[in-house]
Design a protein around this ligand. Structure first.
Ligand code: MN
Length: 289
């Protein structure tokens, strides 16, 4: 059975996160958290060309709690450090999967090398919720290199799928997740037509990063637009109206309240207040100087 197209959301206005990330928030839990669950937010940063600079641009030390951030770099380099001791530099094709869990402090900056050279910059940051039972999970960091991500060829030369999480055609992705989900990074050649099998029962979104696709001969979406599909059914038809890049996200819904404020997403007002208290009391730790 085909999944139905629920709606297509258009590209929103750009805003700056710190001085390093010109983002469009393509998906946000502030409007309809139940429909998006387990996903909370998706920021698409760039495409943008940065001039060479001396001082790294980005976002200085700030906290998160109760969920995970997944950063996928397409162009440029991001350097990360956090209070759990995690850190590293990720470049094109690399993914950083950070579990904020009980609470973390981190900074997200352009790498020193990218700062010096400047150039094109493009990345995605996805926020994935944790179920209440795992919101106090120890903070952690998975560094997933481009070479760790398996690539499946689509039939008839239609393109390729990088399997970041979950599985595609029996090929498992490397990310460890708390609840069932899949993240496919899909490249389609111009005029490609392809049928994808996606999990039934999962919240399902197609995030178009570049190009233009038509879904089920029904709905079209271009750059920075999102096709929201029904949970029922397990196949979709895609046609690429030009070379296209998209993310296919699927996840089992977490049937719990979503109570967020700024960088914290908990399951109740009381838990949210407790997270703020923990942060102010220094219990998230701190970045090494
Ligand atoms: Mn952050």
């Amino acid at each position: 059975m085909m999944k139905s197209v629920l709606k297509v959301t258009t590209s929103p206005a750009r805003h700056w996160v710190g001085d390093g990330f010109p983002v469009r928030s393509l998906v946000s839990y502030t409007t309809d958290p139940e429909a998006l669950s387990p996903f909370l937010l998706l920021d698409y940063a760039g495409p943008h060309v940065f001039a060479p600079a001396d001082a790294p641009r980005g976002v200085g030390a700030h906290p998160h709690a109760g969920f995970e951030t997944v950063t996928i770099v397409y162009d440029g380099e991001v350097a990360h450090r956090d209070s759990s001791g995690g850190g590293g530099t990720i470049g094109p094709g690399d993914v950083q999967w950070m579990t904020a869990g009980a609470g973390i402090v981190h900074e997200e900056m352009h790498s020193p090398a990218f700062t010096r050279t400047g150039g094109p910059f493009r990345m995605v940051q996805l926020w994935v919720n944790l179920p209440a039972r795992d919101k106090k999970a120890a903070p952690g960091y998975q560094s997933i290199r481009d070479g760790d991500i398996p690539v499946a060829a689509l039939p008839e030369g239609a393109g390729r799928v990088r399997v970041i999480a979950g599985e595609h055609a029996g090929l498992p992705g490397p990310a460890r997740t708390f609840t069932p989900m899949s993240i496919r990074d899909i490249e389609l050649v111009a005029d490609a037509e392809v049928t994808l099998d996606l999990p039934g029962g999962h919240t399902t979104m197609l995030v178009v990063l570049s190009g233009h696709v038509t879904v089920n001969d029904d709905a079209g979406a271009g750059e920075a637009e999102v096709v929201h599909l029904g949970r029922e059914g397990s196949t979709i038809r895609l046609r690429a109206d030009g070379a296209s890049r998209l993310l296919a996200l699927t996840g089992e819904p977490i049937p719990e309240p979503v109570v967020g404020h700024g960088p914290f997403v908990l399951e109740s007002e009381a838990a949210l207040m407790a997270a703020f208290d923990d942060y102010r009391s220094g219990r998230f730790g701190r970045l090494a100087p």
